[in-house]
Ligand binder design. Structure first.
Ligand SMILES: Nc1ncnc2c1ncn2[C@@H]1O[C@H](COP(=O)(O)OP(=O)(O)OP(=O)(O)O)[C@@H](O)[C@H]1O
Length: 931
């Protein structure tokens, strides 16, 4: 089921993250029961997903993909019945544990596994840091991992060296320095990017790389180590060298036919190069001969790769692209949709690519990135996703990453490499991408060949995972500011309505849509109704552990460090099962996941996706779909604050402190950002968003007297004008100082940083705020508020309809499916495939088998009691309805309001019905007061 509306902002993301875990505060003490019906405790929200890397026996024949579909003519043809044979299922189910005999698939105990097979299965690729003393990626032959207790640190043994290896851990240092471009540019200015501090660190801690907790004990380098991305820029002459200076067909130094002259020239250049390397265009030249990609050893022949790239530049033919595919990845053929997409991209056409999960979308930008002359920018919604994608770049592509968890030095180093033209692919968050300073750095780059918008459905408000910062990625901005060659938008899941919105925003013509069926054919879908409350992830994983199945839970309530640890353990088959919320899985490219709809069966083998559903979970999720809703009254107040006629005038830098504004208007921060974004990108551009900033500054002067300093520094002058002094400290608003000084907020921040470095001042900043420059003040705020509210209400109801569509599909399978065409017992692959295809080919709306429009005779009286017992509080109808549905909001948080007896009591009654009843009662009270 769609749990998106409960997404919490996850700490390791650049913005919103997928997490469907309910607030983990302790439940309120049991209330004394008021008159009225007995309160029902709200059902727990977590809808755990079991991911298990099971040993599966059946291999499903490679699915044949359907033909590309046109947006205007979506075909609703359902895929045929599952290819899974009964016999394969039977064989799989043999020897079930009694504990899991009700499951539609079997979870084997570790002890049941064949040791030799598990050993052989574990030969895969390890990510960074195992051997390298550099905190960086180091792809090596996957070591044998000896299973032991999950509580112990994993013992990792490399079969080739029999050495104990240092533990790898993806850096999750979230408490580290907050990295802003301001601080970086300040650092660059004050220290210079090429100074010793940074360049030394650049060796020890590559900016694009994931920091690893690496054992400091020296480890011997095994011979067949693939250094992966950016591990060794300069390794004293080991490994094959490959030079490629071409920027276009005619300028390349080495043609397909290599002459003696070119060989000599190549040798000479190698000798002349200081580092012993010649690198250009971000193509890596120093990797060793034998590489390991996706656990498969391939011999990289850099000379041939260079030739293949040239040939593909000259002629984008299937033969030339296929050759490059074989040389770089070792694959014999393109998967369905890949060749078409790659050719379109290389043709300079903006493309919309919709392929199911695990269908090989990444290759559709990686291969063009090697061939195109300029840089490829990949916009990705999550840091974890970027890190995974960076790791998965082939060793021939030099990649970098700009994410929120990097330190100042790491970011500075990545920017330096970018400016020097030493990156071929750069992963960047949408927030960073739209940062004015970053845009100005990018605009200085000669060629940006391609912008890839990964998880492109996030661009559309009609998608299941909308991100306001993604909405700002418009083709107009990309072309006007960056002169981008073309755009490749990629997603696995988008309805027709979402696709239309994305393609319109990114100006992708309908003819450039490549669209395959949303579900892979090797997934067996099954559903069962559960009559009792769904358990939470923690209790399910405990249950599994108690039954000797190594399992761990994963949700946003678990610290990031432990979450990465769990992912790591799962990836290397140290545990069999992860019991997770939707917080887990994005970007996980583990081939042998046996059960989970997003990740399972990437190896093509039959995999199982089972949905346990019940009415309580459905109602709970349905309530949560209303958590972003806003009333016109609140939008109006919000707009008055944004445009503050008396204070804000066009050209001025303004700010809105996130936390206090959210409380004041009872609008969630993400929704405020959505509104501000609409004001920026709507028909009239009312404002221009700036990077978010801590706007309240408290400052102390230390050396020069403030008045003297102000004489030679206009920022200090403005500070003295705009500050309040409290106990000798100067407290001011950074945007206000910027406006007075005629500077940007970034200029002020940089100046403060400079003065701090010189020992003139010390300061602290707080109050994270949305910042913007006012462009135009609307003439009629009321009608603007009305239009925005209508739009937000449509978004709200489309979320509910989306959930209903999924619920109806499951309810149909359980209650109405005639169990023909391959459906039997709980297995409903055929009918669910059909329903899911209908959903994606339509606009995501649903006719609805399930109605929630009945009311309760107690509703009005309960609302009345609630309002009377909280007469000192001002409520809106929506606030009352939220409480009755058990949804917290900024002004009425869970921590306070879940203590009321009425919290969540009416979650089974339509939200609108509850709002209407609340409105009537509030009017009643107001009427009585007026009398
Ligand atoms: N032509 C090919 N032949 C064989 N395997 C391939 C080919 N192209 C890609 N793959 C492999 O398929 C797997 C899935 O690829 P990738 O991660 O790019 O999928 P995706 O569509 O981006 O999935 P998701 O949407 O889940 O991120 C990878 O392990 C990749 O190496």
């Amino acid at each position: 089921m769609d749990t998106q509306s409960n997404f919490n902002t996850d700490s390791d993301s650049d913005g919103s993250h997928v997490s469907a875990t309910p607030p983990r505060d302790p439940p309120p003490p049991p209330p004394t029961r008021p008159p009225g019906p007995r309160p029902q405790p709200p059902p727990p929200f977590t809808a755990p997903t079991l991911l298990s890397s099971l040993k599966r026996k059946t291999r499903v024949p490679k699915p044949s993909r359907s033909n590309p579909k046109s947006l205007s003519k979506p075909t609703n043809k359902p895929p045929g019945p599952s290819k899974s044979s009964d016999s394969s299922n039977k064989s799989y189910h043999q020897g079930q544990n009694p504990s899991n005999k009700t499951l539609p698939f079997q979870i084997r105990r570790v002890s049941e596994q064949n040791a030799s097979s598990s050993a052989s299965n574990s030969i895969e690729t390890l990510p960074a840091g195992y051997f390298s003393k550099f905190a960086s990626f180091s792809k090596i032959k996957r070591p044998l991992i000896v299973p032991d207790s999950v509580d112990q640190e994993p013992e990792v043994v490399c079969p080739s060296t029999s050495q104990s290896l240092p533990e790898f851990r993806v850096s999750d240092d979230l408490s580290g320095e907050s990295v802003t471009l301001d601080s970086i540019s300040s650092k660059i200015r004050s220290e210079g990017v090429s100074n010793a501090a940074i360049s030394t660190k650049s060796v020890l801690r590559r900016p694009n790389l994931i920091r690893a907790c690496v054992n400091t004990q020296p480890t011997k380098r095994p011979k067949c180590v693939n250094e992966g991305n950016f591990v060794r820029l300069n390794i004293n002459g080991h490994g094959r060298r490959f030079t490629y200076k071409g920027r276009g067909n005619n300028q390349s130094k080495y043609s397909g036919q290599k002459s003696n002259r070119s060989r000599r020239k190549f040798k000479k250049e190698c000798e002349n190069d200081d580092n012993g390397y010649i690198e250009e265009d971000g193509l890596v030249s120093d990797a060793p001969k034998v590489e390991e990609l996706k656990g498969k050893k391939i011999k990289l022949d850099y000379e041939s790769i260079g030739e293949a790239i040239l040939a593909a530049r000259k002629e984008v033919s299937e033969e030339n692209l296929g050759r490059l595919l074989k040389l770089v990845y070792g694959y014999d053929a393109f998967l369905d949709g890949q060749l078409e997409a790659i050719k379109m991209v290389l043709d300079g056409k903006s493309t919309m690519l919709v392929l199911p999960t695990g269908a090989g979308k990444s290759l559709c930008y990686q291969l063009p990135a090697m061939i195109l002359s300029g840089i490829t920018l990949v916009v990705s919604p999550l840091v974890a996703l970027m890190v995974d994608q960076l790791k998965q770049l082939p060793p021939t592509i030099r990649g970098g990453l700009l994410g929120s968890t990097q330190t100042i030095d790491e970011t500075a180093e990545t920017l330096r490499l970018l400016q020097e033209g030493n990156l071929k692919v750069l992963f960047v968050s949408p927030e960073r991408f739209l940062n004015v300073e970053f845009l100005s750095i990018l605009s200085a780059i000669p060629v940006i060949s391609l912008v890839v918008v990964d998880e492109a459905h996030c661009v559309s408000e009609w998608s299941h995972n909308f991100r306001p910062s993604y909405m700002r990625l418009r083709a107009s901005l990309l072309s006007s500011r960056l002169k981008v060659g073309s755009i490749l938008a990629m997603t696995a899941t988008a309805t027709t309505r979402t696709l239309q919105a994305v393609m319109s925003a990114l100006e992708i013509p309908e003819s450039n849509l490549i669209h395959r069926a949303p579900l892979r054919d090797n997934l067996q879908l099954s559903v069962s109704l559960v009559g009792k409350r769904q358990s939470e992830t923690d209790s399910v994983s405990k249950y599994l552990c108690d039954n000797n199945i190594l399992a761990k839970s994963y949700h946003s309530g678990i610290p990031a460090k432990d979450r990465s640890r769990t992912q790591e353990l799962f990836t290397y088959n140290k545990i069999r099962v992860v019991v997770a919320t939707v917080a887990f899985g994005m970007g996980l490219d583990k081939k042998d996941v046996g059960a989970e709809i997003g990740r399972a069966g990437r190896d093509g083998r039959l995999s199982y996706c089972h949905l346990y559903f019940d009415d309580a979970a459905y109602f709970r999720l349905r309530s949560l779909m209303h958590s972003d809703g806003v009333d016109e009254y609140a939008v109006n107040k919000f707009l008055c604050q944004v445009f503050r006629g008396d204070l804000n005038s066009p050209g001025k830098i303004c700010s809105l402190v996130k936390e206090s504004a959210a409380r004041k208007f009872d609008i969630k921060e993400e929704v405020m950002l959505t509104l501000l974004t609409q004001l920026e990108i709507g028909e009239v551009q009312y404002l221009r968003l700036l990077p978010q900033l801590n706007v309240t500054c408290t400052l102390n002067f230390h050396k020069t007297p403030p008045v003297l300093l102000a004489e030679r520094d206009k920022v200090v002058g403005a500070i003295l004008k705009k500050s309040e002094t409290k106990q000798g400290q100067y407290v001011f608003d950074i945007p206000a100082v910027a406006n007075t000084a005629g500077a940007t907020a970034t200029d002020v921040s940089n100046r403060l940083q400079d003065l701090k470095v010189k020992g003139e001042i010390s300061y602290e900043v707080k109050d994270q705020a949305y910042c913007y420059v006012l462009m135009e003040v609307p003439r009629d705020i009321c009608s603007l508020a009305s239009n925005l509210t209508t739009w937000l209400s449509e978004v709200e109801s489309s979320k509910v309809q989306r959930l209903d569509a999924m619920f109806n599909a499951a309810a149909f399978a359980v209650k109405y499916c005639e169990k023909a065409h391959g459906c039997c017992d709980e297995q409903h692959t055929s009918c669910l495939h059909e329903k899911i295809s209908q959903y994606f080919n339509g606009d995501g709306n649903s006719d609805g088998l399930h109605k929630t429009d009945q009311s309760s005779p107690f509703l009005r009286s309960d609302i009345k009691v609630f309002l009377q017992s909280n007469s000192q509080v001002k409520f809106t109808p929506r606030a009352v309805a939220r409480i009755m549905h058990g949804i917290g909001s900024p002004a009425y948080p869970y921590s306070t309001w879940s203590r009321t007896h009425f919290w969540g009591r009416y979650s089974q009654i339509n939200f609108q019905t509850v709002m209407e009843a609340a409105k009537a009662e509030l009017m009643n009270i107001l009427g009585k007061k007026a009398l």
